[in-house]
Design a protein around this ligand. Structure first.
Ligand code: ZN
Length: 510
């Protein structure tokens, strides 16, 4: 059986989803989960694009064991050098360099000839090989490139030492039969093809990224570039969970599999949602809320008699467990800690103590505590930010025919500060007071509130996105009182802005 390599680019292409930028701590946290998930290669960033990307690649390279760590670089010496510097000290490293090959790009964007583009590509692969063993090359916009020329480029870069050649459908233009044929043509025509792995990188503009990637596998591709939940530039990338579970479920057809530990899929999906603030649509394959929900009576009847009647994947296989462990008022610290570990959270003693206090407080207000409640309670601890601002008091009055008023008490760098403000509603009043006290210049891009579980005593979870000078951050808060949760989310985001993680916007993409 063939082993297909999973090249995860959630941290690079995925981060280019509008509004999904992540800070270094968030990237490291996610990279650790990607290692648990069993991906073969992590594209940790694009070293030259920003100090934040550089730092993330360096830290991930030092802290995350297992997968090969990769940095993207344009076919330019300074880019490749910067990638190499970021990967210095990483035991398993790869430089991924790329150059456009399509006439559209060469004529209109780069204004250079095919010969010139080929020469540069070869030179830069050689340059990268002088620094690291493992070099990947991508002819950008491959699916709109003249096939004869594309094959020449591939043969030349393999000759120059590229051990992986990636075929990107940069604009998401191809369809499965056509893309499969292209991969087959490459295998037929490129003489030294056996010296490299052929990879694919498909975008989902026509909803065909997964189908195109699988068609490529059927025609010889040995690596798939993908992201968790399919996030990425525009309509996103090929979704990791979809290709991995298709290959596993239809091993009979593909005669291929991956190293993915499928039981880690749900956890990875949830972490990406939590960190990027991008929710998964309920009907999304594999990881959507409804992916395993059977509503039809005939289906339910069949399932009760035998699961295999209508279920092609067992929910447990992707890490989805039906029986929810319910904790309550009488649950002790040990049960709480055990459940946290089972849910995949690793917190230190201080964090456990503080989370346990919040848990007890919640248990006083709410009878049954579900996994989702626990996840919401500790989400703020997953990625730590230093607290410049702490919410220590909040009082709100609002109602019909009454001007909403908020009294907010904050600790700002150790000093207690208080302010009373009016607003259109209670949240507006609270946010106005906080904005004045913290003197923030940020603007609120998004405010979302949702109930975590059923019932009026449910925990309310609030997510906000703030932007300041082109930097976007997300904040998270959870409480049975949604006004308190709203204040916490805002403060959490302001703390992230204060912590400062530079993100530049000169991103390029494949
Ligand atoms: Zn891409």
């Amino acid at each position: 059986m063939r082993k297909i390599k999973i090249f995860d680019t959630t941290l690079r292409d995925g981060e280019q989803s509008p509004g999904a930028s992540m800070n270094v701590e968030e990237k490291v946290q996610l990279a650790k989960q990607l290692a648990h998930l069993g991906v073969d290669i992590i594209e940790a960033g694009f070293a030259i694009s920003s100090p934040g990307d550089f730092e993330a690649i360096k830290t991930i390279g030092a802290e995350v064991q297992g997968p090969v760590i990769c940095s993207l670089a344009r076919a330019k010496e300074k880019d490749i050098k910067r990638a190499w510097e970021a990967l210095d000290g990483t035991p398993k490293k790869r430089i991924h360099t790329f150059h456009s090959t399509s006439d559209i790009h060469l004529k209109h964007q780069f204004r250079i000839s095919q010969e010139e583009a080929l020469k540069r590509s070869v030179e830069m692969v050689k340059f990268a090989r002088g620094l690291v063993e493992d070099v990947e090359f991508s002819p950008m916009d491959a699916t709109r490139t003249d096939v004869g020329y594309l094959c020449d480029v591939i043969e030349a870069v393999i000759g120059a030492g590229a051990s992986t050649v990636n075929i990107p459908d940069t604009v998401g233009y191809s369809i499965p039969s056509e893309f499969g044929k292209l991969i087959k043509t490459i295998f037929d025509r490129v003489k030294n093809i056996d010296n490299a792995v052929i990879s694919v990188h498909c975008h989902n503009d026509l909803g065909l990224a997964t189908a195109n990637s699988l068609s490529a596998v059927l025609n010889g591709a040995g690596q798939i570039e993908c992201t968790i939940n399919g996030i990425g530039e525009r309509a996103g990338n090929c979704s990791m969970e979809e290709v991995a579970m298709t290959l596993r479920t239809r091993r009979d057809l593909f005669n291929a599999d991956t190293n993915i530990v499928s039981e880690e899929i749900m956890r990875s999906s949830k972490l990406v949602t939590k960190i990027t603030g991008m929710s998964v649509q309920p009907n999304k394959a594999i990881v959507g809320d409804n992916a395993f929900a059977h509503e039809s009576g005939i289906h339910q009847d069949g399932l009760l008699k035998d699961k295999s009647t209508y279920e092609i994947i067992k929910p447990e296989t992707v890490g989805l467990y039906k029986t929810k462990f319910v904790l309550g008022k009488l649950s002790g610290r040990h049960a709480f800690r055990t459940r946290l570990n089972e849910l995949g959270f690793t917190l230190n003693d201080d964090e456990i103590n503080s989370a346990f206090e919040r848990f007890k407080k919640l248990a006083d207000q709410k009878k049954d505590i579900f996994d989702e409640d626990i996840e919401a309670l500790v989400s703020g601890d997953v990625v730590k930010v230093p607290e410049v601002y702490t919410l220590i008091g909040l009082k709100v009055s609002s109602g019909m025919n009454q001007k909403p008023t908020a009294e907010v008490k904050l600790k700002i760098a150790g000093e207690v500060s208080e302010k009373t403000e009016h607003g259109d509603g209670p949240v507006d009043a609270v946010y106005k007071a906080i904005a004045l006290m913290t003197d923030t210049k940020s603007s609120l891009l998004k405010y979302e509130v949702k109930g975590i579980t059923g019932g009026t005593d449910a925990l309310g979870e609030v997510m906000v996105s703030l932007e300041e000078k082109g930097r976007a951050v997300r904040g998270h808060g959870a409480d049975t009182d949604i006004i308190v949760a709203s204040a916490q989310a805002y403060i959490n985001a302001l703390n992230k802005l204060a912590a400062g993680n530079p993100q530049l916007d000169n991103k390029l993409t494949l």
